[in-house]
Design a protein around this ligand. Structure first.
Ligand code: FMN
Length: 181
């Protein structure tokens, strides 16, 4: 499906956790990374750092980084580890989150599936921070926190478009805060 406009893309986007074995073309990888590098950041500080992983063995090992919710890493064609330098920006979490989201939206526009895998504040079954596990596996220096991993690949599951009836309009307060009944 060719995306007619940005709203269609938002309606259609869902997290995709199953991927075919097909690789992502180098041109598409380039566009996804460009999206990250064009993301806005506080004071244009651009504190992010990205580690791309395509090696199957490493992807499998990364999928064991936390107890739950990391399985898509073992199935994707490409994982992009999103890190940032807190020494460069005090709001690095926001900056890196926007870059990760930009990559997910660019992937959707290319017809690819993606999923955000949370790493920061997540732990393995025996209490090891997922961040430390990922850092050790990919030689990420100790002063660079890991926010998340964006998994990417050709979709191997169908998701229904967003149902407008599920929009939480009660979360929108017009003019001033109104307590919910
Ligand atoms: C901050 C954040 C953390 C998330 N962590 C995970 C995760 O660790 N594993 C996972 O499979 N999905 C994760 N997701 C994806 C959410 O589960 C998903 O976005 C949510 O269920 C809504 O579904 P949708 O993306 O299909 O609309 C995360 C999403 C966000 C924004």
């Amino acid at each position: 499906m060719i995306m007619e406009n940005f709203h269609d893309l938002l309606v259609k986007r869902h997290s995709i956790r199953r991927y075919t074995a097909e690789e992502i073309s180098p041109d598409d990888v380039q566009l996804i990374l460009e999206a990250a590098l064009m993301a806005p950041s506080s004071k244009r500080s651009q504190p992010w750092q990205f580690v791309t992983v395509e090696d199957r063995k490493k992807l499998e090992l990364l999928s064991y980084c936390k107890e739950q919710g990391a399985a898509p890493i073992g199935k994707c064609s490409l994982a992009i580890v999103v890190c940032a330098d807190p020494g460069v920006s005090d709001v690095w979490i926001e900056d890196a989150s926007i870059a990760a989201t930009y990559m997910q939206l660019q992937a959707e526009d290319l017809g690819l599936g993606s999923c955000w895998i949370q790493i920061r504040n997540r732990y393995s079954g025996d209490g090891e921070p997922a961040e430390d596990y990922v850092r050790a596996l990919l030689d990420i220096p100790p002063y660079i926190p890991v926010l998340c991993i964006v998994t990417l690949g050709h979709k191997d599951e169908e998701r229904k478009p967003f149902n407008p009836e599920k929009m939480l309009w009660e979360r929108v307060h017009i003019g001033k805060w109104r307590p919910q009944e």
